[in-house]
Design a protein around this ligand. Structure first.
Ligand SMILES: Cc1cc2nc3c(=O)[nH]c(=O)nc-3n(C[C@H](O)[C@H](O)[C@H](O)COP(=O)(O)O)c2cc1C
Length: 336
């Protein structure tokens, strides 16, 4: 059935998909594409060419990124007075594009209260400001979230910082992982994709010199050499940044929840954290490595009915720090 409410002109389509694509995605791969069909539905498609076969072999982070993008579309529609339903599907195809969800209109809506925080959300990978009143106030606003466990003891945060560096270094020693990550890094502004996708030096909070160094250090042959010299750890380590966090947040969801729905909640929780005046950086490796996930679940009392989705370091941005500019594909590339 044709639904006139989803019959948008091209300008409105571009603005909707641009807004939806402000959602976070793993390595900023932006896998979601959108098709406005004649029957009044918006299909969300996955561009399978943008997967991360080494870092995300099971595709969980990819599904979460697609769910987050769909949630972005739901919020964008709500701000235009349209309530919507989203149904995901796991249809298999060899085509580069596959439909993963359908968004249909479901009556009138008032704008989603989190939508106004979409332009203010970003990943903050630098050090955080001192844990002061503003940070504590923000954390207080998050205490009721049933799927975020806050860790605030300094010694526990220091242990997590150490565990994060160790898990990260183990991943970096895998050449295939390192080369895949590097292929999504944009370490120089001369890279044509600097402001379009992937992880640029500014988003990673690297100075020009550090970016130059990262390019050298992550090389196929250079990294093992630095590792043998014992300096790969210090060069890739982020422990000081982790220790500066006001809290570490363990984001957990029901074990049986589909990763697409987990991704929708991932985005909303991130916006709630933004609304509380805080910034965050996900540290996926702590949840992805099975040993680490098991240990953290046991240590922080998450039972078998919960899956550890991600581990966030959370805090306020330092007063003089600037938010990185959002790198995204142009909206017309997202319409198919
Ligand atoms: C499922 C998922 C996992 C992520 N894991 C990490 C991570 O381990 N480390 C990190 O620095 N950023 C991580 N991110 C953040 C993305 O890199 C980030 O959203 C993307 O680069 C876009 O930037 P923005 O969040 O500033 O808009 C993750 C995002 C998602 C959706």
């Amino acid at each position: 059935m044709s639904d006139p409410r989803l019959a948008f002109d091209i300008g409105a389509r571009l603005s909707l998909v641009g807004e939806a694509n402000a959602a976070p995605s793993v390595h900023n791969i932006q896998p979601a594409r959108y098709r406005f069909s004649e029957d009044g539905a918006i299909a969300v498609l996955e561009d399978r060419r943008r997967r991360l076969p080494v870092a995300d072999p099971g595709g969980a982070d990819n599904w979460r990124s697609l769910g987050a993008a769909a949630e972005g579309m739901v919020m964008a529609l709500s701000s235009r007075g349209i309530a919507s339903n989203v149904v995901w599907t796991e249809a298999d195809t060899a085509e580069p594009l596959r439909v993963v969800a359908r968004v249909t209109a479901a009556g009138d809506a008032t704008p989603d209260k989190l939508r106004s925080f979409v332009p203010r959300r970003f990943t903050w990978r630098g050090a955080f400001a001192q844990r002061d009143g503003a940070a504590l106030n923000g954390l207080d606003k998050l205490r009721d979230a049933g799927d975020l466990k806050l860790v605030e003891e300094r010694h526990a945060i220091a242990d997590l910082a150490k565990a994060y560096d160790a898990a990260n270094l183990a991943l970096m020693r895998d050449t295939a992982y390192r080369l895949e990550l590097r292929s999504w890094m944009r370490l120089s502004r001369l890279n044509a994709n600097w402001s379009r996708d992937g992880l640029n030096a500014q988003a990673m909070a690297l100075s020009g010199l550090e970016a130059f160094g990262a390019d050298v250090v992550l090389g196929k042959r250079a990294f093992p050499m630095f590792d043998r010299m014992g300096i790969a750890g210090p060069l890739t380590g982020e422990a000081a940044r982790v220790r500066s966090a006001a809290a570490i947040g363990l984001f957990h969801r029901p074990v049986g929840e589909h990763e697409f729905d987990t991704g929708r909640r991932f985005y909303r929780l991130w916006l709630e954290i933004t609304a509380a005046g805080l910034t965050l950086c996900p540290m996926s490796v702590l949840a992805d490595a099975p040993d680490s996930a098991r240990r953290l679940k046991a240590q922080f009392g998450l039972d078998d009915s919960r899956k550890l989705v991600n581990v966030f370091r959370i805090g306020c941005m330092p007063a003089r720090a600037k938010a990185p500019r959002r790198a995204r594909l142009p909206a017309h590339k997202l319409l198919v």
